[in-house]
Design a binder for this molecule. Structure first.
Ligand SMILES: [Zn+2]
Length: 268
């Protein structure tokens, strides 16, 4: 009996991803088909797996939505032959996206201002900033600061993505892809992006563990930026791909709370 194996990878993340970083494959046994998946990324991914089949009995409900932990391989499910003499048919496709859709942000965490202690910088865009933070990630923050300002981790975590090789920046959206950035995954599974870093302004490596207050890079104006600033956002994976931004609190000299656009903050 002819069987069809049809794999379609849809990448919904706008960030660069290696096409082979997540794979779904099957092993045929005497009693059925076993489906396995591996994730070779440094971060979890959420996999959506869809199948059309005949004369097979699935062990789980479909479509299957499954979180794959970083650098793991796991069995997803089985299909048992329900009428082997009649043959069987199987056709699957899947897509995946960065992050675990089940994570919950620790809202009581007080983030550290991501610049040097004692230095003062203006928050030019706060939550729901009207210039460039509408749409996907409204809870991003922009701190105006000169190029080369040291950037410190606002919270401990693991570096899961970074880019430091870009040289271009400009005031329109077509420059977006040229941003240098660091993405750190926190222990609760949320991510923080530190963006617009200067060329070669990334001081960390993928997979590196960083602690809150550790120097991770230097600010700049790469990517979609009208001038030198740090763009900071905490986000988590969204059902179906992409991210949800999270309003977070910072520890400041005036106490713990959300930051306000138009206010200056002193590194603390
Ligand atoms: Zn921004």
């Amino acid at each position: 009996m002819k069987t069809i194996l049809f794999l379609l990878i849809l990448l919904t993340s706008g960030l660069t991803q290696d096409n082979s970083s997540v794979n779904v494959y099957r092993i045929e046994t005497e009693t059925g088909i076993e489906i396995y998946a591996n994730n070779s990324n440094l971060y979890p991914v959420t996999l959506e797996y869809m199948v059309e089949y005949e004369n097979l009995k699935p062990s789980k409900g479909l479509p299957l939505v499954q979180v794959l932990q970083p650098n793991t391989e796991q069995k997803l499910m089985d299909f048992e032959y329900s009428n082997l003499s009649a043959g069987w048919d199987y056709s699957s496709r899947y897509r995946y996206y960065m992050g675990d859709i089940n994570v919950r942000h620790n809202d009581s965490f007080a983030y550290r201002l991501p610049f040097p202690i004692g230095e003062e910088y203006l928050l030019t865009q706060g939550f729901n900033g009207a210039f460039s933070h509408q749409g996907e990630l409204p809870h991003a923050l922009d701190f105006a600061m000169p190029e080369g300002t040291p950037i410190y981790a606002a919270r401990h975590g693991k570096v899961v993505m970074m880019e430091g090789g870009n040289t271009k920046g400009g005031p329109t959206a077509e420059f977006m892809e040229y941003a240098n950035f660091i993405t750190i995954m926190h222990d609760d599974g949320t991510f923080a992006d530190y963006s617009h870093l200067k060329h070669r302004g990334v001081n960390v490596q993928p997979g590196q563990r960083v602690r809150m207050g550790q120097l991770i890079g230097y600010s700049g104006a790469t990517g979609f930026a009208t001038g030198p600033h740090l763009h900071f956002v905490v986000k988590k994976a969204k059902h179906g791909g992409g991210f949800i931004s999270i309003p977070v609190q910072f520890a400041t000299r005036k106490g713990i709370g959300e930051l306000q656009a138009g206010e200056s903050y002193i590194g603390y």
